[in-house]
Design a binder for this molecule. Structure first.
Ligand SMILES: [Zn+2]
Length: 328
């Protein structure tokens, strides 16, 4: 069985976040460790990281994933922006050790009107540099002794805004180039975001297409490298290159496809993270319950109209490509 969890806000404090995760029955979590839309990083880690890790361990909430800043773009041509992206992502890997994170997840990025080939090259060389920097950085004082550097995960893209990584061949090209630069396979994995996949035109609403997708992923990249799933429904059209997340089973992908994925025997031990709307308005609990229903093969209840009328603020409280359209 997969482990089901949510993207959790840490803004109200680490202790409260851990208790919220427990309250709603999260079995795994993803977090931002700093402001996701600014370069500026806090000077010192927040207090209470050891207690946070201990509490999560006690509650058997694992693994912990970190979602990197929205601003990071390894694929882009601008040198200053690239420098910030590499330094920023390396610092997330280092800081992630203090959170006991197993993964740091990052969007593959945008080649900004250059070319996919150049974008692929920049992502691969960027990944190699980020990992080398993380190796050189000392472990933060807040980390457990022996805490490993998290595995870097590239998340598939919806395909808008000159995206790199919206197709399997593009992900393969990045993986192969990174390998040729000496990046060990175990240090670079992949995260499948169902809403991005849908936007990119992958038919994740159709069980047969999902089986075929996992087959292809396995033969091209190795399914062991698909280590996390972002289980989001989408209110965008398939293949539209748009990425608007929707409540589980209440969007265009629907319960049939998402359920097939959650129950898929080949993804049985993966963390499935929800990045669905209204996380701060109680819909974290609602969507986690819906994901559990899919996992148990139970029918989903209809949501009331108020579920589709959330404020922009809370709709964007979880990572989504449409929040980064201005990123260079
Ligand atoms: Zn995602």
């Amino acid at each position: 069985m997969p482990r089901l969890g949510v993207h959790l806000q840490l803004g109200h404090g680490l202790r409260r976040a851990a208790e919220r995760a427990a309250e709603i029955g999260a079995e795994t979590i993803q977090v931002f460790i700093d402001n996701p839309s600014a370069w500026k990083r806090r000077a010192a880690p927040p207090k209470g990281l050891a207690e946070f890790r201990a509490r999560l361990a006690e509650l058997d909430i694992r693994p912990v994933a970190v979602h990197a800043s929205y601003l990071v773009n390894l694929a882009g041509p601008d040198p200053a922006f690239r420098r910030n992206s590499i330094e920023g992502l390396a610092s997330e890997l280092t800081a992630g050790r203090g959170y006991g994170a197993r993964f740091v997840n990052v969007h593959t990025g945008s080649h900004r009107e250059t070319s996919v080939e150049e974008g692929v090259e920049r992502v691969a060389t960027g990944v190699a540099e980020v990992l080398a920097r993380a190796d050189d950085a000392p472990a933060p004082e807040s980390a457990d002794a022996g805490a490993a550097i998290p595995t870097l995960l590239l998340e598939n893209a919806a395909g808008g805004g000159w995206a790199v990584g919206a197709t399997i061949p593009e992900l393969v090209a990045v993986a192969e180039r990174a390998a040729s630069l000496g990046v060990p396979e175990a240090r670079l994995g992949f995260c499948l975001d169902t809403a991005h996949a849908w936007g990119a035109g992958w038919r994740v609403d159709d069980p047969d297409a999902i089986d075929a997708l996992l087959e292809t992923f396995d033969s091209e990249l190795g399914l062991q490298r698909l280590v996390m799933v972002h289980l989001n429904d989408s209110s965008s059209e398939p293949g539209s290159h748009r990425d608007r997340h929707q409540h589980v089973g209440a969007g265009q992908i629907g319960a049939r496809g998402l359920g097939h994925l959650v129950r898929h025997p080949r993804l049985a031990d993966r963390p499935f993270i929800l990045e669905t709307p209204g996380m701060d308005e109680g819909y974290d609990r609602v969507n986690l319950e819906r994901a559990r229903a899919l996992r148990d093969d139970r029918p989903l209840e209809a949501l009331g109209p108020e579920a589709f009328d959330l404020s922009r603020r809370t709709r964007s409280a979880a990572p989504s490509d449409d929040d980064v359209e201005g990123a260079a």
